[in-house]
Design a binder for this molecule. Structure first.
Ligand code: SUG
Length: 441
């Protein structure tokens, strides 16, 4: 791939960002349910992080938020009348459905879809499969719009193939359960797919299943994605997530492992049959004939599963900066959990990473969304980068325009009671219309 670069597509937090406790198996989302949110601070925190990443010389773009509320959802479940009546009745009778209709969850673009770059696919096009997110209602309503948006962004069919979401029974949560490893971004790589359950019946190989929470990613879905993308089976590894980890709050693989190029950082309790699993990944990588994979396994004695989830260490972005340095973009919670702060110091000293940066993302973090959740990684060559809508690139000017836009439209605070306010519907529509002027989509 000539001039390949990994582009970060960050999701803009929507103006109705709120804390409804809707994320299954997501301890932060559950624990912060009912808190008053700060949508304006939320979008600005995400933008500040994305701007800093762009400042490292990394290609950085944004995806627009989805328009909420999804009044179609509320009407489909029997609420009728004008918009105000629909909202009011939903609040009285089904506040959970109302919250789902307002969710800003499309901001976590690591769940928008799974991406295989041209270097890995049989037809040489970049393939994207939109995720169905069928394990939770508020997330499942993203899939239709996300697919349309992906088709707008990756429109040139000579360069890109965008696949529909899989049937809902094959639960698929996208790139959060997928890691690509390659000597250089533009070279052929291996793709590691991590699942928690075999398929729709919930049977898990080896008879191990999470007890407290449902697994969100199915092996049958991951296999379908690999097949559709035309991946070489020799370069695909299917890995089962540890049920203990899922029950401990690891609802996506990106809460317990992160990789970039020839480096994989992973917690000791991430996978079923961990030693053999890591061996399979190593061997598969070696099959590329481009050297060995560096696997850094974090012992539970050093960082407990609980501290890994609390700090969101593995939800950091592992990036290759414009000058080739390896940078880790962490949530500031990593500094506050002592064992994690110490580990990051060691990693810097030992050359695992060259730089560690910390960001205040507490608005998104309270919903279980760290730096890595907020972005979709897409390795693109120069022609592909030139083919996407230019308004999506986060330049300094566009960053400033987006901050102005947020200051103008986003509520400072939002509580559950306000979700029945027709005024908020208007604000969201106005914000969406004004955004077209900033990003052109
Ligand atoms: O699906 N939280 C999201 C967080 C997604 C994080 N993404 C990755 N790990 N890649 C989820 O659980 C909470 C919404 C609420 O509670 O209002 C939520 O959906």
């Amino acid at each position: 791939m000539s001039g390949a670069a990994e582009v970060q597509f960050d999701g803009l937090v929507g103006p109705s960002h709120n804390y409804a406790g809707l994320g299954p198996g997501n301890l932060a989302s559950r624990g912060n349910r009912g808190l008053v949110s700060e949508p304006r601070a939320a979008v600005l925190q995400g933008l500040a992080k994305a701007r800093a990443v762009a400042g490292l010389g990394v290609a950085q773009a944004v995806f627009p938020p989805q328009l909420r509320p999804d009044l179609g959802l509320l009407r489909s479940v029997g609420f009728s009348g004008d918009d105000a009546a629909v909202l009011w009745k939903a609040q009285q009778e089904a506040p959970g459905l109302l919250a789902a209709a307002w969710s800003s969850s499309a901001m976590w673009t690591a769940n928008a879809g799974t991406v295989s770059p041209s270097a890995d696919t049989a037809d040489g096009r970049l393939h994207v499969s939109a995720a169905n997110l069928s394990s939770a209602l508020h997330r499942s309503i993203e899939a239709g719009l996300t697919t349309r948006m992906l088709r707008r962004v990756f429109a040139d069919e000579a360069l890109f193939a965008v696949h529909d979401p899989l049937p809902a029974a094959l639960s698929d949560e996208g790139a959060a359960n997928h890691t690509r490893l390659a000597a250089e971004h533009g070279e052929t790589g291996i793709e590691v797919f991590v699942y928690g359950a075999e398929g729709p019946r919930g049977s898990v190989a080896g008879g191990v299943e999470p007890r407290t929470f449902n697994a969100r990613q199915m092996r049958s879905a991951s296999e379908a994605v690999a097949r559709r993308h035309g991946l070489d089976p020799e370069g695909v590894v299917m890995v089962q997530q540890s049920p203990v980890a899922i029950d401990g709050g690891v609802f996506h693989n990106d809460v317990i492992a992160v990789g970039d190029r020839d480096l994989l950082l992973v917690h000791e309790l991430a996978y079923v049959g961990q030693a053999a699993t890591l061996d399979r990944i190593r061997r598969c990588y070696e099959g590329l004939g481009r050297g060995t994979l560096r696997v850094v396994e974090v012992a539970a004695e050093r960082v407990s599963l609980e501290d890994a989830v609390r700090s969101y260490l593995f939800n950091s972005q592992l990036l290759t900066a414009g000058d080739g340095r390896r940078v880790m973009v962490c949530p500031e919670q990593c500094q506050r959990v002592e064992c994690v702060g110490g580990l990051l110091e060691d990693w810097k000293r030992d050359g695992v990473v060259d730089e560690v940066l910390f960001f205040d993302l507490h608005q998104s973090m309270r919903n279980g969304g760290g730096p890595a959740c907020l972005r979709l990684r897409v390795v693109m060559d120069a022609a592909q980068r030139a083919a996407i809508p230019a308004g999506l690139w986060l330049t300094e000017e566009r960053y400033a325009a987006l901050c102005n836009w947020a200051e103008r439209f986003y509520p400072e605070r939002l509580s559950a009671e306000e979700l029945a306010d027709p005024g908020l519907v208007r604000v969201c529509r106005e914000a969406k219309e004004a955004l077209v002027g900033v990003i052109g989509l």
